[in-house]
Design a protein. Structure first.
Length: 157
């Protein structure tokens, strides 16, 4: 096996690693949505049943506490997704781009990581949003839902 074939095999393996981390990120978001729905259903049930927690003569609605738990859970998923697996995915993309640069003279069509990185940003109302910013569109509404519920339920439930 010559040097070019070895480089191609390394590049192929790097693409496999990218796919692996991307799959993990999608699974994390799937689990986040599933738990979001479950906690939201739990909040509704606790509110319907008017279940409260008494701590030193204070009555705290259990639905508000469930909302607080939802904030912690969604925040944990956000952290794991953005600061853990997304960093690994970005590292594998950058590594692929380095390999593609080295292979560019022999194989000018091997530009997958470069094309993905170039195609990733979106224009959102005149603002370019890269992959690091897209997390906000997924997680912030979920977290904000629980924050609003927590405040409302703590005050009025």
């Amino acid at each position: 096996m010559n040097d070019l074939e070895i480089q191609l095999r390394i590049w192929e393996k790097t693409v496999d690693v990218q796919q692996h981390f991307n799959t993990i990120e999608l699974q994390i978001r799937n689990y986040a949505l599933t738990l979001f729905t479950a906690v939201l259903a739990g909040v509704g049930y606790l509110l319907k049943e008017k279940i409260n927690i008494e701590i030193d003569d204070f009555l705290i609605p259990a639905s508000a506490m469930a909302s607080l738990i939802g904030i912690v859970i969604m925040g944990s998923f956000y952290f794991m997704d953005k600061y853990w697996y997304h960093k690994l995915l970005k590292g594998s993309v950058n590594h692929s781009m380095d390999i593609e640069k080295a292979l560019s003279t022999a194989h000018p069509n091997i530009v997958l990581a470069t094309k993905i990185k170039d195609s990733s940003p979106i224009n959102f109302f005149g603002i370019m949003v890269r992959s690091d910013g897209k997390f906000r569109f997924f997680y912030y509404p979920l977290i904000l839902t629980f924050v609003i519920l927590y405040i409302i339920l703590l005050k009025w439930a």
